[in-house]
Design a protein around this ligand. Sequence first.
Ligand code: SF4
Length: 292
Amino acid sequence: MTLRSLHDRKGQELIDGVLEIVDRLGPLHLSIVGGDPLVRYRELELLIPLLLDRGIRVQVVTSAFRPLAPSWATQAHMNVVVSIDGLQPEHDVRRAPATYDRILKNIAGQKVTIHCTVTGQMMKQPGYLKRFLEYWTPKTEIRKVWFSLFTPQVGDSLAEMLQPDERLQAIVDMFALRSEFPKLDMPEGMIRQFATPPHSPRDCVFALTTQTLSADLKTKIVPCQFGGNPDCGSCGCIASMGMAAIAAHKLGGIIPVGTIFKASVKIGQIGRTRCKPTAAPPRVQEALRVLR
Ligand code: SF4
């Protein structure tokens, strides 16, 4: 089954469906990603205030191929993330019609996060990450910048994949650049995690704490937002690294948070298998992603 073969909900059916799921699962955070969620712009304009009223943090990940709602610029607990595939020459080829010129026009007056997935091609050009930050961070519309590293599927052989020395250089660059560019919103503990990504989805705190749904609001994307058979050992997802950094934090300087977390997941799974089939599953504060 491919995502394209699924029935995408739209209109009121989409709004009602999302609200039903968040009311049932009670997520702390909802990330709406694509494709591009802005193709459902009318629904988003209605849905987002209803989600924020419920105390849920909302993130919209977009190419900014069309203007953002003016109200999004001032909403607390709302983050618009604009995906940019490198500097203008590379980005405009890959992302047309969401070119640099169009993005700049469409984010005017907003406060957005720029997210760039670093590829092998970029790391073959020394100083690329610095030039990217020099371009984006002076702009008033940019609240912060995030870097991920390209994550392949198992068995892939793609030019986008980073060689081990390129991955190491990206880590070194991010460490150096974070003090020069305060808008690079990546703590040291998070950057460090890129050097030791999880071995498998079972070790990935991010995969264990999130649920990804397709736009039919039924089909689960597993084991994480990448779907398929992702190469965890080469994972460069900033969200996964952020959760790993939290898990590595030691409570009282002794017990890593991840140890407590994994024990609680196990207890939850045992509890779930002992529940009668008709019993409601334990209420888990899961982050929930809705793919268009
Ligand atoms: S987010 Fe990364 S480490 Fe986690 S399951 Fe997906 S590919 Fe693996």
